[in-house]
Design a protein around this ligand. Sequence first.
Ligand SMILES: [Fe+2]
Length: 388
Amino acid sequence: MVQSSADSSPAKWHQAHTSWFFETFILDRYLPSYRSPDPRFRALFNSYYNSVGQQPDKALRSTFSRPSLGDVENYRRHVDNHMLELLQSPTIPAAVEELAELGINHEQQHQELLVTDIKHAFWSSPLRPIYQPAAAFAPKAATVSQRFREYPGKLCHAGSDGSSFHFDNEAARHKVYVPAFRLALRLASSGDYLAFIEDGGYQRPEFWLSDGWKAVQTHHWAAPLYWESSDSGWMQFTCSGMRKIAESEPVCHVSFYEADAFARWSGARLPTEFEWEVAAREQTVHGNLLENNSFHPWPAPAFSQNQPVQMFGDAWEWTASAYLPYPGFKPATGALGEYNGKFMSNQMVLRGGSCATPASHIRATYRNFFPPETRWQFSGIRLANDGN
Ligand SMILES: [Fe+2]
């Protein structure tokens, strides 16, 4: 039931809400014999779909002592069994197949949130519990010296070509002219970020956007979320408990404002989402993703063939791009049109997935988005610069 911030949700709620998604958008519509175990769940576990009906304040989710965890587990089984019944029927409507695929992708998003929300909850608890004692950490590695690769300016395609599953916000595929740019081959490391802190980065307004500087003052930011200064140096809270900062690991749990200020201090900038996509399209999806069960970013491997590393996994990469509809964007029809489209203001795009993202969930065209102050996700920094 623990909900340690307004951004996060209780684990029990995630389980109920992902079940609710299949019930509301598939079973209620396509399985005539379906009955909910409790019709009140329709409103209780609605996250933000106004076309479905009213929903409780997000901040109240920690007060849902009823239904019990056992009742939520039963709800889950009930929904699973009926989904199986529907998917085993001789003819499955195309809409059911599409919605089931969306439901599974929706659940993958909540699986990632489960990890980030539990991490925040455990960090908030005075006892600082450990989520995963046997976490597989990458062997200690030296920091690879940062390098940039030059990409020539060209007319590119951005967005999904529609050949495999994608969210509505990845369409329509369209042409974008991407001028020449340079992209950092690895993510910014904790050591790189430490140099920014030690150079007074958080005390020097010249590096910060106006709203970012305001956020520094308001929240008394002096380091990334989960970093703590101690007698023996900087420590960080991880899913495996408190440990020393490893300078070779990517910095993460920074806001867009911190990423942007760090980039300015570095004499660089953040990449646009299109620059990022140009570089990512050359690569297959591999990296430190959820399946590694590390739940922590790993140091960059050595570069080979001038290819950027850590494009997928480790940490979501803040881009300089505001989260906006692509030309030709059409939200899904009905209530599911609220899935992505209505959030297209005051948020920034992040790319590439993190150490909590399932490998089958991420791709070069995937657009994640968060408000610029957000820090509880595994969000990190890749630098860019203008090319020649
Ligand atoms: Fe959801």
